[in-house]
Design a protein around this ligand. Structure first.
Ligand code: SAM
Length: 427
């Protein structure tokens, strides 16, 4: 079956303000497959589809790379658009979620339906003796037992195929809606904030199965196009052939202290990957870009500041580093933002050097990125990333601002105006 026949909905999504909404995941919640897991850090699938289409019109079908896959938006858009793609993601849970989303097609939907129904019929509530404290904070005992019953039934039904992963995702995707307390990803966990209502696990699981099955039927046959997801690091881009990439469409973590490990603590704890907050560092955070201060407990930034990759921005970065080190002493939390910014830009510099190796000469890289101002000290993120890209051997860069940030929140921590947009780097 030609790949193009497997794209009934994505390219017909409303074209309204696709560019303005480029950095927003919410519109994906009405698109097949993309909507299987609400990832607050994601961007717009319709915008990715536009970018790929536009590149194809000008220069022919591109090989696409996303070095920061997240929930898989770029890979799914590439796959549904019939373009070969490779993606990298080092967060084990997020990589597994993206992998499951990439595997759901019409050829396995009947088996998915059957096995989902049999899990629902066979799952019995199962008590979790001595559960981690977080589980007790966010779930009443009967909800936790029902979720554990589903988890065990899914495990017992494993057969080593794609359907296993899709059933696993159906459960992981409902963990937050089943909790009666505040569990949105961007607010991590707020045990004292009560929701108006919480979903019953079996009903939520049944609804999720139905949505996924309907989407698999809609997207149709598995496209005959290579899509590779590697649990691999954007700083090294291992596993991607030299010169293979024509188009990079991605969004790295911003240096804004968003903790991707903590943001998935509910799922990781429920799945038994971590037991307490302190486990997040080894299990997840240590594999990620150093974009949050919690990451920086064990790093000395001074030697990193001297590294050759940071040469183009070193003087400015050193000034910011010094200001943040001073500022730190005047704040109770004593956050290691000074070390974080140095490590962050070093990580991104390494990423550009690795991308240079895998990108073709006429390639183009689009990075959705926002600036930031920890402790009110401004970081010109888009300009610095552009300069690091040039130093790695790319030809030019420009930045299109798409929206202002930090201009209306009453409880904002500082008053530095911020923006978000698309950094385009040409190879
Ligand atoms: C802004 S999110 C990308 C979201 C994605 N565009 C989507 O629509 O779902 C950045 C992702 O980079 C991942 N990440 C962090 N450090 C990484 C690294 N060193 N290599 C690869 N991925 C990494 C994070 O786990 C996170 O999922």
């Amino acid at each position: 079956m030609p790949a193009a026949s497997a794209q009934p909905r994505l390219f017909t999504a409303p074209a309204v303000s696709r560019l303005d909404n480029a950095m927003v995941f919410t519109p994906n919640m009405s698109l097949p497959v993309h909507r299987w897991f609400r990832y607050s850090a994601g961007f717009s699938a319709a915008w990715v589809a536009d970018v790929i289409e536009e590149r194809e019109r000008r220069l022919g079908p591109p090989n696409v790379l996303d070095p920061f896959v997240g929930s898989g938006t770029t890979l799914i858009a590439s796959q549904q658009g019939g373009m070969p793609s490779v993606g990298l993601e080092t967060h084990s849970l997020i990589a597994r979620i993206a992998g499951a989303k990439l595997s759901g097609w019409a050829d396995i939907v009947d088996e998915f339906d059957e096995r989902g129904a049999s899990i629902l019929a066979s799952a019995k509530p199962r008590e979790w003796p001595d559960p981690p404290a977080l589980m007790m904070k966010i779930y009443p005992p009967e909800t936790l037992s029902a979720l554990c019953g589903l988890r065990d039934a899914i495990e017992a039904d494993r057969r080593g195929d794609d359907v296993d992963e899709l059933l696993w995702l159906a459960l992981v995707a409902i963990l937050r809606v089943c909790s009666p307390v505040g569990t949105a990803q961007w607010q991590y966990v707020l045990p004292n904030k009560k929701k108006a209502s919480a979903a019953d696990p079996c009903s939520a699981f049944s609804t999720q199965l139905a949505v996924m099955a309907s989407d698999m039927r809609d997207v149709g046959a598995r496209p005959d196009v290579p899509t590779t997801l590697l649990q691999s690091d954007a700083r090294t881009v291992e596993g991607v052939p030299q010169g293979w990439v024509d188009l990079v469409v991605t969004s790295p973590p911003y240096p804004n202290n968003y903790d991707y490990a903590d943001a998935t603590r509910i799922e990781l704890t429920f799945l038994g990957d971590v037991e307490r907050w302190g486990d997040l560092q080894d299990a997840v955070r240590s594999h990620l870009m150093r974009s949050c201060s919690q990451h920086m407990v064990r790093y000395d930034a001074e030697p990193i500041l001297e590294s050759v990759e940071l040469a183009p921005i070193r003087d400015e970065l050193r000034t910011v580093y010094g200001r943040l080190a001073e500022e730190r002493e005047t704040h109770g939390g004593k956050k290691n933002y000074h070390a974080m910014v140095v490590a962050y830009f070093h990580d991104l510099a390494r990423c550009w050097h690795s991308l240079r190796r895998v990108c073709a000469d006429d390639s183009e890289a689009l990075f959705v990125i926002g600036d930031s101002a920890p402790y009110g000290v401004y970081l010109p993120v888009d300009r610095w990333l552009g300069e690091l890209a040039l130093a790695a051997g790319f030809r030019s860069f420009d930045f299109t601002k798409l929206r202002d940030r930090n201009i209306k929140w009453k409880n904002r921590k500082h008053r530095v105006p911020l923006h978000e947009g698309i950094l385009r780097v040409r190879g």
